[in-house]
Structure formats: C-alpha cells, structure tokens
Ligand binder design. Structure first.
Ligand code: FES
Length: 169
C-alpha cells in the first residue's frame, strides 16, 4: 500500500522510516526500529504499557500515529540511561513480571517533570492539612493519582509508589 517518509528523532538519533500513514508510534518503535522495550498491552490507551516521552511529555504510543511525531524528540526506555528509577524499582520490588515497567518508568519521568513544573494533581489539595510536607514532596496518594494511567496486573503498586517517592525526594 501507500507509504510515506517519516523522520523521527528517537533517543537522540535521527531515524527515517517508510511507513503507511496509519502506523502507530508504538508499532514504528517496536516493529520498524526494533525498540522492543516499549510494550504493547491493550493497544487502545487503557494500560500505559506503551508510555514514551515526546519532548519530555508522557504519551501513550499506541494511540498516536508515528507521522504526528515528525521532528519531535521521542525518548523510550532504551534512552533512559541514568538508571536512577530502574535501580529504585529494583530496591523496592517495583515489578514482578516486568511487562508494565518500561511504561511505569517513562510515565514516572514525565510525571516528576509535571510535578516540578507545578502542574497540580487531582489530590493535591489533600496536602494542605499536612504541615510536614514541602511543595517539592510528593505524597503516596499523589503519586498513585498521577500514575493511575499505568496499570500493573501483578499488583506491585506499593513497590512502584515507594520507588518513585524515593527518586522524587
Ligand atoms: Fe498503549 Fe495499553 S498499549 S495504553
């Protein structure tokens, strides 16, 4: 069928692909670029396994067309090389099967940036009664709410929240 040239910038490298216009960013990453760290769970925006960063903002790669990301800076788990969140997930048992972990980590990076930029979460007002907290801190309830788009079928949520809270400090 009809294909078009799509230029993506992925993990700091320029990549040019010939894609059908309806190819999702997720399929472009996995099937055309061989970046299998980004997972396909539901393929319809419900699980967060496919979360990547576009110019630092977290997106579900399954819901977006690759062509829409021409010229944007895409970061997948393969591009998350500092290892800080990965080590925290290991320390806090933040995964069991690991299928959701790439998406959880990319989502956590985006979430921490949103928090640092002052974007409120739905539970932010619950903080106000707690004089112990500074604005820079994230409560467990806030982390859960901000990470609610990323499902973990094993139920490793306590470890995930602990790991993210440690990195947020
Ligand atoms: Fe994209 Fe589930 S695979 S949200």
């Amino acid at each position: 069928g009809h294909t078009m040239e799509v230029r993506l910038r992925v993990n700091g490298a320029d990549r040019t692909l010939q894609l059908a216009p309806q190819v999702s960013l997720l399929d472009a990453l996995r099937e055309h670029l061989g970046l299998m760290g980004t997972k396909k769970g539901c393929d319809q925006g419900a699980c967060g396994a496919c979360t990547v960063l576009a110019d630092g903002e977290r997106i579900n790669a399954c819901l977006t067309l690759a062509v829409q990301y021409t010229g944007r800076e895409i970061t997948t788990i393969e591009g998350v090389t500092d290892g800080e969140l990965q080590r925290a997930f290991v320390r806090h048992d933040g995964f069991q099967c690991g299928y959701c972990t790439s998406g959880q980590i990319c989502s956590a990076i985006g979430m921490l940036a949103e928090h640092a930029a002052g974007m409120p979460s739905a539970v932010t007002e619950h903080r106000h009664g707690d004089a112990e907290l500074t604005d820079a801190e994230l409560t467990q309830a806030e982390i859960r709410e901000r990470m609610s788009g990323n499902l973990c079928r094993c139920g490793a949520y306590n470890g995930i929240v602990d790991a993210i809270q440690e990195v947020a400090r």
